[in-house]
Design a protein around this ligand. Structure first.
Ligand code: HEC
Length: 163
């Protein structure tokens, strides 16, 4: 019989989390390739990639990394535990950005239209403020959302993954 501690969510094994992360990297690459034109736009594939990232993000990501360190893991379990609020905010931002990209696919059946493009305003907030996923994700061009999503991956790795 499997016993779990009351209130504690069992963390996923390290290999499973790493497979999940690799799958997010593949999905992010598909989306990036469609923005850059290396890959032809497909509403179905763009949406599927965004949905896959969304499904790995948020609460699921937080639960997967819960409770303690594991062998073969590069996750900094101690940092995740002491900065749990920041970790879950990054996981949630990832979910919000991925969800906004999925909605962008819904609005763009056959091509990534002009309103999805950044028009040269690379990085930084288009609003001249610190990015806030919950506030901005729905109103910014999808390409910008994509870059902020990648920054979210990088920010989390910088703090919570050992090199
Ligand atoms: C909230 C934190 C967080 C976010 C957000 C996050 N990651 Fe990670 N990522 C980690 C941690 C922690 C590890 C180390 C996992 C381990 O070794 O147990 C990791 C590992 C990885 C790995 C290495 C997997 C391996 O085989 O060892 C890849 C690739 C990766 N992440 C890609 C991404 C991509 C792409 C995104 C964004 C779409 C992303 N991650 C978002 C925390 C995060």
């Amino acid at each position: 019989m499997l016993l779990t501690l009351a209130g504690a969510v069992a963390a996923a094994p390290a290999w499973e989390r790493q497979v999940g992360m690799k799958s997010m990297a593949d999905s992010a690459r598909i989306i990036g390739d469609m923005f850059s034109g290396r890959r032809a736009y497909s509403q179905t594939n763009f949406r599927a990639a965004a949905e896959s990232i969304r499904a790995h993000a948020g609460t699921r990501l937080v639960d997967d990394f819960g409770s303690g360190s594991q062998a073969d893991s590069k996750a900094d379990a101690e940092m995740i535990s002491t900065s749990a609020v920041e970790f879950s905010r990054l996981a949630r931002d990832l979910e919000i950005y991925a969800s906004a990209l999925s909605s962008a696919a819904d609005r763009n059946p056959s091509e990534l239209g002009a309103e999805t493009r950044m028009g040269g305003a690379l990085f930084g907030s288009p609003f001249g403020r610190k990015p806030d996923a919950a506030r901005d994700a729905a109103s910014m061009p999808a390409e910008h959302t994509y870059h902020l999503m990648l920054q979210t991956c990088t920010s989390c790795h910088a703090k919570f993954r050992s090199p």
